[in-house]
Design a protein around this ligand. Sequence first.
Ligand code: 5GP
Length: 176
Amino acid sequence: MLTVKDKKFVTFIEKQALEERIAEVGREISEEYRDKNPLFVVVLNGAFMFAAELMKNVTIGCEITFVRVSSYSKTESTGQLTEVLGLKESIHNRHVIIVEDIVDTGLTMNKLLFQLSTQRPESIQVATMLFKPSALKTPLSVKYCGFEIENRFVVGYGLDYDGYGRNIDSIYVLAE
Ligand code: 5GP
């Protein structure tokens, strides 16, 4: 049992299992992107720890860059728009892999894919540490996934609860 702020969490995916699986994903990407010089676009803040572990296991030539996604409403009628902040590199004609902590409803990733695809990359795929397929609200292709999990709230390994818990070295789930 672990307390993060005012909530209790229990172990869900242990560090060793998590890191073994992330290493596998890294090896898979290395095989599939050999000679493609991919550009990894890491979504901050949540993906920082997953990205570090993943990239240690990517053994091919590649570049890594970091972005933030901010949601804003331009007018009430347009709903939430997503802005990608911090992308200095051109992704035109590049093989892009978006590195994310978790795909829940998929809405964030969907908007991010849309934004980035306007720059006409050669290819674009998603690598996420965790994926909640039953929470998905939009069709989304997730090529690389560490673990598919049920629709429960998790923290650790970059994921926070109200800003805390990102430094925990394994995944914990909210106690029921
Ligand atoms: P989506 O747009 O897919 O619903 O949400 C994606 C974002 O919601 C993730 O990048 C993450 O910041 C947050 N999120 C979704 N599920 C969880 C969860 O179980 N735990 C934490 N800490 N954040 C989550």
